[in-house]
Structure formats: structure tokens, C-alpha cells
Design a protein around this ligand. Structure first.
Ligand code: FAD
Ligand code: FMN
Length: 492
């Protein structure tokens, strides 16, 4: 081979190599481009199904994050979802919670029946992901999320990634959702969190409302606040639980070092029953900072901002090891004057809609909280068409908010009040029985446009009330009330 042929061959080889490198680069960048545009190609529909506002909050945060990195998203409450809207979407992110015993939230029942359960829905062109909120203490963990997943698979929709199940809003579970979205968008996202910052309240008053009751004590808890706060009747307070003094003392007794006041203060809200081991040479302050915070608990707010105080009605829970975490903190362990950390959570599905509408308020036990908040709001609006149906055990000991209710009656804001004190007569009477007894009146109120609001226990009350409403109004009319937002529940 001559020298010039060799030069030509080497030049060709270099060219070939360059060509191969360019082709490889184009293929890789094309693949990356494909990945990058996975979420860009189409608008993304975010559908939420919530009972008490958390899934809605997560859906809103998800939407904000995606919008911040240039995605086009639209957000829809499942109760307003149409079959066409779902069908047209190429990508859907579902944020759903589970209620009852593995059931769908109230707002999702119609979509479940009329859209998702329909056999002829073809979603083979659609990709989806599910953020399922739940609580592992329930036997059907994220039951509705699982059911939704099954329906979507049956309709041939393709999962973008495996369903993210969230236990009690644990940050590590929520972080998995963000990680998946980051992979999809190839963008760094801010991450979704349980909520906004804590607000500081002062425990102002604590009063037992049912001395002598056969049931566990129920306390009225009043929280004062300094900053301007607002909320709607029907909203929920999330409380950061704290430790009993005795638990803090036990922890301190086990430490050999002296503890400064600021470290002592930080112990108040830390989980002192389960914490990581202290590292060699780790300062006490740094170690305690690594402890998890105690859990939060939710309580229906029993007052409106115009009253200038945030009020709760809390039943003291007894557990195998003492008092319940949240109820024990509020009803016994937190000292009067103590600073508490809490957040107001909007609960739109239990808000009042229309001042002109008549209102039937049904509840039991601590459910009185949500009902008196609505009555206070109705009084402020001058709305007099209110009917209260309330149940507890004995009139003598369990007549919660008796004075206030009598005052409203005297002022004309409560023309009809019915009580079901279950243990005041040989045969037990509950609120569902009052509904049956007064079915004619119930029908006429509903036909005149009244809305029905239910607050209190799911088991034993809300389920039975729903059965009575079904018997009296029939499935179709009850369904209509739900669609019209005239049957709303804050139940737990
Ligand atoms: C939307 C909403 C509104 C609410 N409003 C009110 C209200 O107005 N008033 C009110 O009193 N309550 C209300 N609750 C209930 C409240 O949030 C608490 O659940 C209640 O106070 C009990 O909590 P606790 O921390 O005191 O008890 P916990 O410490 O949670 O114990 C409660 C029970 O659960 C059991 N338990 C605890 N941990 C576990 C576990 N890991 N596995 C199995 N079992 C366990 C305990 O043995 C005990 O029997 C509401 C709940 C919701 C969701
Ligand atoms: C009365 C009640 C019943 C619940 N039932 C279940 C259940 O069966 N399975 C589950 O995983 N979570 C269950 N949960 C937990 C909720 O799904 C969880 O608190 C969720 O974060 C609520 O979200 P939302 O506010 O969007 O409705 C239940 C909660 C309540 C208050």
C-alpha cells in the first residue's frame, strides 16, 4: 500500500468514526428529547377525589409544580368530571383518598358509577398515574386508589409508573410521587408537602362538657391567636401533637448531659418513644433535631372567625398505653397558656353554599362541633331556616351546647330541634330513628330546597343516617342531592 492510499484510508476511517459519533449523539439526544417531551406533548389533566381536603391540596401542589416547569395542566374535582373530559385527556394524574371501609370519598361516587364502571370506556390512548392517600391503620389501605387502578387498567389506560400509596401523609411517601414526576418531566421539582407552615395558638380554655357521662369525657377547647386568621364554617384544624410532661421527664432522666432551655423546648413535639441512636460525639441538640415530630390529628372547627376564638370539641380517647395522642394532648397534657402548633385546613366539601337555602343539620357526639360552627355562620347571615337533629347518650349529662342551642331557639334561628338521647328510655333511639319518625317533614324540607349536613361518627351514625335517607328519599333523589351539593358530610 502506497503512503497516499494509507492516508486516504486513515482519513476515511476518521470520517467514519466521526459519522458514527454524530449518529450516536443524534440517537441519544433524540431519545432524551423523547423523554423530555413525554409530559410536554399534551396537556395533563389532574383529577382529585377528596373527602376532607387533603387530596385536593396535593393535587393543587402537583399542578403548581408542573406549571412552574412549563407544563400545561388543568385541575378538576372528580364530582364535576365528565366522561368526555376523561376520554379526551392523553395524560391523567389522579390524587385520591379513601374513606369509610376502603370506600371512595363521597365526591367520587358518581364518577365511579357513571364513568369508571362503564364497560365500554376505551382509554387505551391514555397514560395515567395515581397518588393514593390513606392510612395503614385501616384494613383496606388506599382501597379507593386500588379500585381506581383496576378500573383504569380494565379500560386499557397505561400506567406512567406504579401507584404511589401514601400512609397518613408521610413525607417519604409524598417524596416518591415527586421523584416519579421529576423522572417524567426531566425537571427538578419543588416537592409537595403536607401543608403550609404551622400557626401558633395559645390554649386559652378547656372545659369538660359532659361531667357524669357514661361516655368518655368531651372537652370544649378554645384556642386564641394573635395574627389575622380566617376560615369558613366546616373547616378542619390540624394539630401538631405534643408530649406529656412525664414523657419528657423520663427522656431527660435517661440523659447524662445537662440540657439547655431551647433544647428542652424542642422536645415538646418530638417523638420520644422511637428515635435514632445518638452518633459518637454528636451534640445533644443535633441528635434531638434528627428525631421525628409527633403525628398530627384533625378536629372539626366549632366556631367562626367573627367569634374571635378558635373552638374545638374533643373527646378524650383511651388507648392501651394511656390517653390518645391528639385528644390526650388537647384535653390533658397541654397546659393552659401553652403555645400550640396547628394549621387550618380548608374543607370545601363541608362548606355552606347558599345563605337562602334551608339547612338540616344531623350529628352525634363531637360532631356537634361542625354543626354549631354552621349555625353560628347562619346566624351571622340571618338565615333562620335551620333544623338540628342531634344524638348523644343521656340528656342530663350529654346535652352538649345546651345553652347555646336554647339561645338560638329563643332568637328564632332554630325553629326545629330534635334530640335522640339513646339511653333515656328503655328502647334505644338514634338520629336515624328521628329521621324515620319525621320523614314527612324531611321530605317537605328537601322538596323546598333544603340541604342536609352530617357531622360526627362514620360508624354507627353517618352510615345509618344514609340508610334512612335512602329509605325516605329514594336512591335517585339522594343522588340528586349529592350532585347539587345538598348532601354534605364531615365524618370520621
Ligand atoms: C376530618 C376529621 C375531623 C375530626 N373531628 C373531630 C372532632 O371534632 N372531635 C374529636 O374528638 N375527634 C375528631 N376527629 C378524630 C380525631 O382526629 C382523632 O382521631 C381522635 O381524637 C383520636 O385521636 P388520638 O390521637 O387521641 O388517639 P390515637 O392515639 O390515634 O388512638 C385512637 C385509637 O386508635 C388506636 N391506635 C392508635 N394507633 C394505632 C395503630 N398504629 N394501629 C392500630 N390502632 C392504633 C388506639 O388504641 C385508640 O383506640 C376527627 C377526625 C377527622 C378525620
Ligand atoms: C372515617 C375515615 C375512614 C377512612 N378509611 C380509610 C380506609 O379504609 N383506608 C385508608 O387507606 N385510609 C382511610 N382513611 C384515611 C384517609 O384516606 C386519609 O386520612 C386521607 O389523607 C384523607 O384525605 P382527604 O382529606 O383528601 O379525604 C380514612 C379516614 C377517615 C377519617
Amino acid at each position: 500500500m502506497t503512503h497516499s492510499v494509507a492516508v486516504v484510508l486513515i482519513a476515511l476511517a476518521i470520517l467514519l468514526l466521526l459519522y458514527a459519533v454524530i449518529i450516536a449523539y443524534l440517537i441519544i439526544s433524540n431519545r432524551q428529547q423523547q423523554r423530555l417531551t413525554t409530559m410536554n406533548q399534551h396537556d395533563c389533566l389532574i383529577i382529585f377525589a377528596t373527602q376532607s381536603g387533603q387530596a385536593e391540596n396535593m393535587a393543587q401542589q402537583t399542578a403548581q409544580q408542573l406549571q412552574a416547569v412549563g407544563q400545561k395542566v388543568s385541575l378538576v374535582d372528580i364530582q364535576y368530571l365528565t366522561r368526555q373530559q376523561l376520554y379526551q385527556a392523553k395524560q391523567v394524574l389522579w390524587c385520591v383518598s379513601t374513606y369509610g371501609d376502603g370506600d371512595a370519598p363521597d365526591t367520587a361516587r358518581l364518577a365511579l358509577k357513571h364513568i369508571l364502571s362503564q364497560p365500554n370506556l376505551d382509554l387505551s390512548h391514555q397514560r395515567y398515574a395515581i397518588l393514593a392517600l390513606g392510612d395503614q391503620r385501616y384494613s383496606h389501605f388506599c382501597g379507593f386508589g386500588q379500585l381506581l387502578n383496576q378500573h383504569l387498567q380494565q379500560h386499557q389506560a397505561q400506567a406512567l409508573f406504579e401507584m404511589v400509596c401514601v400512609d397518613h401523609l408521610k413525607p417519604q411517601d409524598l417524596a416518591r410521587w415527586t421523584q416519579h414526576l421529576e423522572q417524567l418531566t426531566q425537571q427538578k421539582l419543588m416537592g409537595i408537602a403536607q401543608h403550609s407552615a404551622w400557626t401558633s395558638f395559645t390554649l386559652k380554655k378547656r372545659m369538660c362538657l359532659n361531667h357524669g357521662s357514661q361516655g368518655y369525657p368531651i372537652y370544649q377547647i378554645q384556642l386564641a391567636y394573635d395574627q389575622a386568621l380566617t376560615w369558613s364554617s366546616g373547616d378542619i384544624l390540624e394539630i401538631q401533637c405534643g408530649n406529656a410532661a412525664v414523657n419528657i421527664q423520663q427522656f431527660l432522666a435517661a440523659q447524662s448531659q445537662t440540657i439547655s432551655d431551647d433544647v428542652l423546648a424542642s422536645l415538646q413535639f418530638k417523638n420520644l418513644s422511637q428515635f435514632p441512636p445518638q452518633l459518637p460525639n454528636e451534640a445533644l441538640k443535633d441528635w434531638i433535631e434528627r428525631f421525628d415530630d409527633l403525628a398530627m390529628r384533625e378536629y372539626s372547627i366549632a366556631s367562626i372567625p367573627a367569634q374571635g376564638i378558635l373552638e374545638l370539641v374533643v373527646r378524650q380517647e383511651k388507648t392501651a398505653t394511656g390517653l390518645g395522642l391528639g385528644s390526650g394532648w388537647l384535653t390533658e397534657h397541654a397546659a393552659l397558656g401553652q403555645r400550640l402548633h396547628a394549621k387550618i385546613r380548608s374543607n370545601p366539601s363541608f362548606h355552606l353554599k347558599d345563605a337562602g337555602q334551608a339547612l338540616i343539620l344531623i350529628g352525634n357526639g363531637t360532631g356537634i362541633a361542625g354543626l354549631v360552627a354552621h349555625l353560628a355562620q347562619r346566624q351571622q347571615w340571618g338565615a333562620q331556616q335551620n333544623w338540628l337533629i342531634f344524638g348523644e347518650r343521656e340528656q342530663q349529662f350529654d346535652h352538649l351546647y345546651q345553652q347555646q342551642i336554647e339561645l338560638w331557639q329563643a332568637q328564632g334561628f332554630l325553629p326545629v330541634v330534635d334530640y335522640a338521647f339513646s339511653r333515656d328510655q328503655a328502647e334505644k333511639i338514634y338520629v336515624q330513628h328521628i329521621l324515620q319518625q319525621k320523614s314527612v317533614q324531611l321530605l317537605s324540607w328537601v322538596e323546598a330546597g333544603a340541604a342536609i349536613y352530617v357531622c360526627g361518627s362514620l360508624q354507627g351514625m353517618a352510615q345509618e343516617v344514609e340508610q334512612s335517607l335512602l329509605n325516605i328519599l329514594g336512591a335517585e333523589q339522594l343522588q340528586q342531592l349529592k350532585v347539587q351539593g345538598r348532601y354534605q358530610r364531615d365524618i370520621y
